[in-house]
Design a protein around this ligand. Structure first.
Ligand code: DSN
Length: 415
């Protein structure tokens, strides 16, 4: 993976790009929303389609010269349709947040009501946080997970919906380690005449591979990002039934965006093709098996896991019981020094701040892409434990960093 053309023009940026390749090769990427796309996806995203303006949709653009842009976007749509079984797919959103924005813009008026999961309980900024446009344009109330079990409280959600009478209920989360029962949320939405938006950003790949139940055909709208577990080009996607297709397409463009990022759409097409191969199902299954192994070993090592474990690609660790003097931020910093990159994360019943929360979130999508199995993930859990037990001991961090380097060498990336 070279950057020769960049180097000729701009050695400073070339150095940074090469530094980043080396960082990804030589450290463990455990941010649950990240992954390592294939070189084919990197090529597609780095292509001359970045030059092309293609406002509109295939066959109906506002500019000439869209023959190849059309071809690429049609392929992305065709493959996404095959992967998810949706009646209508829009592959143009620049991100998962913009996919959500399109649904709100299509179906709601400013001031309408959204019921969504609290950020500290695993929700997302674009589901209604006051700092996001969603929290400012709409009236938002939030549901929570059961404080005892860490699982979604479906009955509480339904009662909350009865009281609040939202126009849309948002499901799908950024830090929720358990399987989501879409039908139960749909029932709550139906009982108050609300739309149901299922945001599968984190689990898009698991849903595509059939290792997590799909909300397609249940929820009115399904949004996602395309570069997390699905490992395709960077951006977002919206899926819906044909009856909402025109509204959603108009809300994406011209409603919320200008020209689509056609190089990213090409990356999506290529990644979706890869996800249609049988190996992708094995990858998704291994990702979940790895997260289970990671979580089990962390629990054996004395950590408290929100909900007690995981059904998907991530674990959420609440450090307050096992390591009351170590915040998620402290843990994140020490782990990064030891070559393990993950993020401090808020937890249900958060008592610190989002800037220095009480938990850490760790995911296995990227480790699995580079070939890690359950044994490797148990080893990683032991390394995490050693660091968090002694976050200030430089010799521990150095020893762990050396073991991380061995694991990386045994599972090479971007050779
Ligand atoms: N930033 C992503 C995450 O880490 O979950 C969500 O957009």
């Amino acid at each position: 993976m070279d950057h020769d053309h960049v180097r000729e023009v701009d050695p400073a940026v070339a150095d940074a790009l090469e530094g980043e390749v080396d960082r990804q090769r030589s450290t463990l990427q455990m941010i649950a929303s990240e992954n390592h796309v294939s070189e084919a996806v990197v090529d597609a995203q780095g292509s001359v389609l970045t030059n092309k303006y293609a406002e509109g949709y295939p066959g109906s653009r506002y500019y000439g010269g869209c023959e190849y842009a059309d071809e690429v976007e049609e392929l992305a749509i065709e493959r996404a349709t095959e992967l998810f079984g949706a009646e209508h797919v829009n592959v143009q959103p620049h991100s998962g947040t913009q996919a959500n924005q399109a649904v709100y813009f299509a179906m709601l008026e400013p001031g309408d009501k959204i019921l969504s999961l609290d950020l500290n309980h695993g929700g997302h900024l674009s589901h209604g946080h006051p700092a996001n446009f969603v929290g400012q344009l709409y009236e938002v109330e939030q549901y929570e997970v059961d404080p005892e079990t860490g699982y979604l409280d479906y009955e509480g959600l339904a009662e909350h919906a009865e009281e609040f009478e939202p126009d849309v209920i948002v499901s799908g989360y950024s830090a929720y380690p358990r399987e989501i029962e879409w039908e139960r949320i749909q029932e709550a939405a139906d009982s108050v005449g609300a739309y149901h938006l299922a945001d599968i950003a984190h689990i898009t790949g698991l849903v595509a591979a059939g290792v997590h139940p799909s909300p397609v055909g249940i929820a009115d709208f399904v949004t996602g990002s395309t570069h997390k577990t699905i490992r395709s080009g960077r951006g977002g996607i919206v899926m819906c039934d044909e009856e909402y297709a025109d509204d959603i397409d108009s809300a994406v463009f011209p409603g919320g965006q200008g020209g689509p990022l056609m190089h990213n759409v090409a990356g999506k097409a290529v990644g979706f093709k890869e996800a249609l191969e049988p190996e992708f199902e094995e990858y998704a299954e291994q990702t979940v098996a790895n997260a289970e192994a990671l979580g089990e070993r962390l629990a054996e090592n004395g950590f408290s896991l929100v909900s007690g474990g995981t059904d998907n690609h991530l674990v959420l660790v609440d450090l307050r019981e096992s390591h009351p003097d170590t915040s998620g931020g402290d843990a994140e910093e020490a782990l990064e020094e030891a070559g393990i990159v993950l993020n401090g994360n808020t937890v249900p019943g958060e008592t610190r701040s989002p800037f220095d929360p009480s938990g850490i979130r760790a995911g296995t999508p990227a480790l699995t892409t580079r070939g890690f199995d359950e044994d490797d993930c148990r080893t990683v859990a032991d390394l995490i434990t050693r660091v968090i037990d002694d976050p200030e001991d430089e010799s521990v961090l150095e020893e762990v960093r050396a073991e991380v380097a061995d694991l990386c060498e045994a599972n090479p990336l971007y050779e």
